[in-house]
Design a protein. Structure first.
Ligand code: HEC
Ligand code: HEC
Length: 179
């Protein structure tokens, strides 16, 4: 076997090992261990990488993730993003939104143009995240964080959500989580 192949095999193994740390919260089989933790299995690759980079740089603040990303070299962040993006998205079986929440969401989606970036189906692509089927509690928290600028790594999202009411965010979290 060529030396290059051995090198690649060793790297692949170490990424799987590193991914074990993530499983403690993001789930052994793609279902997070706490309902407030985000799903990362099947999330878009470019988005996953950007978040790890932002956690590492401190542009996105979260005590747990800042600590974890701090020591990750770029190659590991790239490899972890690829690794998790290739996993299958897990259905969290969250309840569908009520008719009132769907109505309210449709109005918010039109005014916020969510579909223009996240896609009509909310699956996103590249550096734009999938939001359909994401954890309800996480969706609500992170939208509130954008709105208050506690999450300041994407000023556009803060501006867009800043034009909506808190009740809109609750409806949107119900809508996208249970879609
Ligand atoms: C101790 C629990 C814990 C561990 C271990 C952990 N995470 Fe996280 N992770 C979280 C929490 C909580 C959040 C949500 C942070 C927030 O609300 O901003 C998060 C957020 C993320 C996000 C952003 C998701 C999104 O939709 O924006 C990514 C990507 C991520 N983690 C990747 C990883 C990777 C890769 C590992 C392993 C190297 C890992 N995490 C290990 C708890 C953890
Ligand atoms: C101009 C394009 C654009 C529009 C319009 C837009 N988004 Fe986003 N959204 C993004 C991008 C890009 C990100 C990733 C930001 C980052 O890198 O942290 C994002 C992040 C998010 C996240 C965080 C997901 C996660 O896993 O943490 C949520 C939730 C979200 N958007 C919901 C919405 C909703 C709801 C609307 C409409 C009201 C909307 N977005 C409109 C581009 C957009």
């Amino acid at each position: 076997m060529a030396v290059a192949c051995l090198g690649q095999a060793a790297l692949a193994q170490s990424i799987e090992e590193k991914a074990q740390v993530c499983a403690g919260c993001h789930g052994e089989a793609g279902k997070p261990t706490d309902k407030a933790y985000p799903t990362i299995w099947g999330q878009n690759q470019g988005y996953l990488y950007l978040q790890l980079r932002d956690f590492k740089l401190g542009n996105r603040k979260n005590e747990i993730m800042n600590g974890i990303a701090k020591d990750l070299p770029r190659e590991d962040m790239m490899a972890l993003a690829e690794y998790f993006s290739q996993k299958k998205w897990v259905n969290l079986d969250q309840p569908r939104a009520s008719e009132a929440d769907v109505k309210r969401s449709e109005t918010a989606i039109t005014s916020g143009q969510c579909g223009a970036c996240h896609g009509a189906d909310g699956i996103g692509a590249g550096t734009t995240p999938r939001i359909t089927g994401q954890s309800h509690d996480y969706l609500l928290k992170t939208m509130e964080d954008f709105r208050s600028k506690a999450r300041a790594n994407n000023p556009w999202m803060s501006d867009i959500l800043g034009t909506l009411q808190p009740e809109d965010l609750q409806a949107l979290a119900n809508f996208y989580a249970g879609r």
